[in-house]
Design a protein around this ligand. Structure first.
Ligand SMILES: C[S@@+](CC[C@H](N)C(=O)[O-])C[C@H]1O[C@@H](n2cnc3c(N)ncnc32)[C@H](O)[C@@H]1O
Length: 419
């Protein structure tokens, strides 16, 4: 280890400050471009990841975080940066990943103005908590060490005090949980408790008491694998914008910005009446229903059983007849559609961080004319963009969306046309 004074010249793809030392990149979590910092730098290692000791010259973008836990909690890792700079760096993380990882140069596609979150805090309607020392908390910065949380200002008003309230209701049984998930939709709240082993009576009693007291509307009790059946309490299925959600399933974390995300992605796909759309990684139908309104039919593929069940229930409730939700791995199902010689007009996909290896083959063999790729990981987007380009697609427009203020996470939508 060496103590070095470093000048930070850029941010890495994962939002760490980067300095050059003797021709090697040194990653300094917590440091910002333009800053001079004192850091402890390891002598060897594949990636040199230094520990920030002190800031000798601070960036103008640095500010005092609004949460007392910001130094340790991994939830809001960019709270020390002003929102304008957060947005500018997110844009540059996406465009630089596209250029350097995907070979897609800036200027070869339209870059639309970034969608910003109207709320800097109080926007998160979904969170995953982990037990720690008899309480609940989030993972810490740069580690899986847990940070105890009583209240969280990033959560919506209905959820912000729930970490403390839920831990108190669970008492000592909190330590038997793997995790607890919180969900809020239109002011209603549901919680899922994921046990490490079998469910304990205290888990159910805690949720029942919270429902009785009007703190939550419902809950789901999920036993450890092979340790029994899932149970529900109260009304665990919530509704927002005509979509059905459950706390143990996926939901976009920022409801307000999600509406803009859906609007932009659907507009970029430019689907025409009568056309056939393939949607991969469809969740519980976030993009599916707006696509169904504008198209002839949508085939929506999703692996999580709970999401498919909710999507099918929402389709029945809304009387939507031109969508088919299929449960399964997209890779397998898309490969199967290619083998069958199926044809679609347009493809929308919203994969997890691992991306969608194979998307180039699917899009070209299924003969789609337009692909809209919704990405939560810029590097995966860039890799898959290169694959689409190699299969004859051309990036047309990029829409960056700031779904997660105060964090390094960024959502990007990239539309491709043929040739
Ligand atoms: C980023 S979420 C998007 C969900 C949905 N589009 C939305 O906006 O709410 C990704 C979804 O892909 C699903 N998923 C992950 N891996 C999958 C796979 N290999 N095949 C099908 N679905 C998968 C997850 O369950 C999750 O619902």
């Amino acid at each position: 280890m060496r103590r070095l004074e470093l000048v930070i010249d850029r941010l890495s793809k994962s939002g760490e400050g980067v300095a050059e030392v003797a021709g090697r990149s040194v990653f300094v979590p917590g440091a910002l471009p333009g800053e001079t910092v004192l850091a402890e730098v390891p002598d060897t290692g594949k990636a040199l990841r230094a520990e920030l000791l002190s800031i000798l010259k601070a960036s103008l973008a640095r500010r005092q975080p609004m949460c007392g836990k910001a130094g340790e909690c991994g939830g809001c890792d960019w709270m020390h940066i002003t929102e304008n700079e957060q947005v500018a760096w997110k844009e540059s993380i996406v465009t630089s990943a596209l250029e350097h990882v995907g070979g897609v140069k800036g200027g070869t596609y339209e870059q639309r103005p970034t969608v910003r979150s109207p709320k800097a805090l109080g926007y998160r309607r979904r969170a995953t908590l982990h037990p720690t020392k008899g309480k609940l908390g989030f993972f810490g910065k740069r580690s899986h060490a847990r940070v105890e949380i009583d209240e969280c200002p990033a959560l919506t008003d209905s959820l912000s005090a729930l970490p403390r309230v839920l831990a108190e209701a669970l008492g000592p049984s909190v330590k038997e949980l793997e995790e607890a998930r919180l969900l809020e939709c239109e002011g209603k709240v549901a919680v899922s408790l994921h046990a490490k082993g079998p469910l304990r009576p205290r888990h159910r009693q805690a949720l029942e008491a919270l429902v009785r007291d009007g703190v939550i509307d419902g809950g789901v009790l999920v036993p450890g694998e092979g340790k029994g059946a899932l149970e529900t309490v109260g009304t665990p299925t919530l509704e927002e914008d005509g979509l059905l959600h459950r706390p143990e399933g996926f939901a976009q974390a920022n409801a307000e910005v999600n509406r803009a995300l859906v609007r932009h992605a659907v507009e970029l796909l430019a689907v025409q009446p009568g056309e056939a759309v393939l949607e991969l990684y469809a969740g519980n139908g976030n993009f599916t229903f707006p696509l169904a309104e504008r198209s002839g039919s949508v085939l929506a593929v999703e692996s999580a059983a709970v999401s498919v069940m909710l999507a099918q229930a929402a389709a029945r409730k809304r009387g939507v007849g031109n969508v088919r939700f299929v449960q399964g791995a997209c890779e397998k199902i898309a490969d199967g559609l290619v083998k069958e010689g199926a044809r679609f007009d347009r493809l929308l996909l919203d994969p997890p961080r691992t991306g969608a290896p194979g998307v180039g083959t699917w899009a070209s063999r299924l003969l789609v004319s337009c692909v809209v790729y919704v990405a939560c990981d810029p590097a995966a987007l860039a890799r898959d963009a290169a694959d689409l380009v190699a299969h004859g697609f051309r990036p047309l427009a990029l829409q960056v969306v700031d779904l997660f203020p105060q964090t390094r996470h960024v959502e990007a939508v990239l539309a491709f046309g043929r040739g």
